[in-house]
Write a protein of this length. Structure first.
Length: 213
């Protein structure tokens, strides 16, 4: 089985990237081939509203727009499981991830009430990382947003789960930044304790995507 993980963070080897790697490690222990794709390494646009995917009489295989994302979308078409990872920026995924989701999902959404035209079922997962503490998720709209993403992806691919990782450690030196709301020492301690458990959850999530029903 082939698993694709897509990193929507501009940072490599940091929270989102680390969790995606752990998730892929779990998938590989279950026998999968795994690949990590960093969106910020790719030159691409979001949906350009060409509506080529909605022309009558065509069979949609993927977004028709030609740029560096084309080969990535083809890999998704051929994979057995897909993991989308992003930090939360302004109550949403990053702009790169949002653009990727537009290009990935819109071609398979019917305006005539038809089921997804993706052509097969694959397991999917979201991994979100954020500065917000966990108790804030119900109040700041994050849970609602995460559930909407889950419903949309489930509509296209058949299933979806998510992992939200909160109160993340953002900098090696908090003293350089105007962020007095956050205690760098406490965040570092959490990274050395709670984040380790989050990595274990990501590992088990990866394994679960490969587990046969």
């Amino acid at each position: 089985m082939k698993v694709i993980a897509v990193n929507g963070s501009p940072r490599k080897n940091w929270n989102t990237h680390i969790l995606l790697e752990k998730c892929l490690d779990g998938a590989k222990t279950a026998g999968a081939d795994a690949e990590l794709i960093n969106l910020y390494d790719i030159n691409f646009k979001g949906c350009v509203s060409c509506f080529a995917c909605k022309l009558k009489g065509i069979t949609v295989k993927k977004c028709a727009f030609k740029d560096e994302l084309e080969s990535i979308l083809q890999k998704v078409c051929e994979c057995d499981a897909l993991i989308l990872g992003s930090p939360v920026y302004l109550y949403s995924v990053t702009g790169e991830m949002k653009s990727f989701m537009e290009r990935l999902l819109f071609p398979y959404i019917s305006y005539e009430g038809k089921p997804s035209s993706f052509g097969k079922k694959i397991k999917t997962a979201f991994i979100y990382t954020m500065n917000s503490p966990s108790f804030g998720l119900p109040f700041n709209g994050y849970n609602k947003y995460f559930n909407e993403n889950k419903k949309l992806v489930k509509r296209i691919f058949g299933s979806s789960v998510s992992l939200a990782v909160t109160s993340t450690y953002q900098f090696d030196d908090y003293s350089k930044y105007a962020m007095t709301f956050f205690d760098g020492a406490k965040r570092l301690k959490r990274r050395e304790t709670v984040f380790v458990k989050d990595c274990e959850k990501a590992f088990e999530l990866g394994k679960s995507l490969i587990k046969q029903e």
